[in-house]
Design a protein around this ligand. Structure first.
Ligand SMILES: [Zn+2]
Length: 354
């Protein structure tokens, strides 16, 4: 497996690290497409579809993004998603994100989508999936970025609702690779969705789950044992349970961590206190992702640059995080190896480029 040469400098001059963080190839594995809706696009779609918003203009909507916890964020998130009605709307939203991902040197992305946010408003799941799928195809052709779609069940709703959503989605199962679990964590433990996830496993779908963002380590155990999750989204609370950390390390279960989201939702109010350095030092397969970039103050490169500036992490952590993102992705090993070689070349060039 390609790695950094042993004589690779421990640190580049401080001003060159941000450029390397931006330039390095990376995969993004935790990004909710509805959370990439920028106020400008929300207003454009509202106008196209004749949807009336509770905010008079883009500035007022942006100002309303001053939420303080997961629930107050989710309230405005669902309000923003109300403008999405047609397949073209989902395509436009997908393309807007993918263009930004390409600009951040994301070579592969596994995009979360929340069908229940739309089907509850009378939107057919076909429009959701096929609009996003078309965006993925066009983006690959246009820019070379590869993508997969991961259907997320909303955990504040019932398991019956998740079953119904799965049934609606299965005719389009060629177009998504897995399922996940998101929305309000506390009070909605993984066991609530054990049977639908077991069924998804039998169907051959990949499984991920949000766990240990605000919820306790017990929710991470539950995601692993009851949902058969192959990746944990967030998972930063794992550090409070030594046995859990050991298991995540032994089984190389990735954590898709979202630093600016953690800061904005007060999981780590000061980014300097973020436990990413600790997660990496413990040998966990942690990654950096943007979660809901339009709402949390930045896309994946903003997450990298601000996290590194706040915590003082250096070149080796940068390489490790990008390498982890490839290891954690749901693609064949040959593609991971090719990306790792590309990553290694990028770092060698950066070291030479003094
Ligand atoms: Zn998330």
């Amino acid at each position: 497996m390609p790695s950094l040469p042993t004589d690779f400098p421990q640190d580049l001059p401080a001003d060159r690290l941000p450029a390397l963080l931006r330039a390095m190839p990376k995969a993004e594995l935790h990004m909710h497409i509805e959370g990439s809706l920028e106020p400008e696009l929300i207003f454009a779609l509202a106008q196209r579809n004749g949807v009336k918003l509770a905010y008079p203009n883009v500035e007022a909507l942006r100002a309303a993004y001053a939420f303080t916890n997961l629930q107050s964020f989710l309230d405005i998130y669902y309000a923003g998603a109300s403008v999405l009605l047609t397949e073209q709307d989902f395509y436009d939203m997908g393309m807007a994100y993918l263009e930004k991902a390409v600009a951040d040197n994301v070579v592969h992305t596994e995009i979360f989508f929340d069908p229940q946010t739309h089907t509850a408003r009378g939107v057919h799941i076909k429009h959701v999936i096929m609009g996003l799928h078309r965006a993925c195809l066009v983006a690959e052709k246009r820019w070379g970025i590869t993508s997969q779609l991961i259907l997320n069940f909303l955990r504040h709703l019932s398991e019956d609702d998740a079953w119904l959503t799965l049934e609606q989605a299965l005719p389009y199962s060629d177009y998504f690779s897995g399922v996940g679990l998101d929305s309000s964590e506390v009070g909605n433990p993984p066991e609530k969705f054990a049977s639908v996830f077991a069924h998804c496993k039998n169907l051959g779908l990949r499984r991920v789950a949000h766990a240990g963002e605000e919820g306790p380590p017990a929710y991470i155990w539950g995601a692993l044992d009851l949902l058969h999750a192959e990746r944990i989204d967030h998972g930063v609370q794992a550090v409070h349970d030594a046995a859990l950390v050991q298991r995540l390390k032994d089984e190389r279960i990735p954590l898709t961590v979202c630093p600016l989201s953690n800061q904005k939702l007060q999981v780590f109010p000061d980014l300097a206190d973020h436990n990413m350095p600790q997660l990496l030092a413990q040998g966990l397969v942690a990654t950096v992702n943007s979660d809901d970039p339009a709402y949390f103050g930045g896309y994946v490169n903003d997450n990298f640059v601000q996290l590194f500036a706040a915590t003082g992490m250096g070149v080796r952590e940068a390489f490790q995080l990008a390498a982890n993102s490839f290891e954690a992705s749901f693609v064949p090993q040959e593609r991971k190896d090719a990306w790792l070689s590309q990553l290694q070349q990028c770092f060698i060039q950066a070291a030479r480029g003094a």
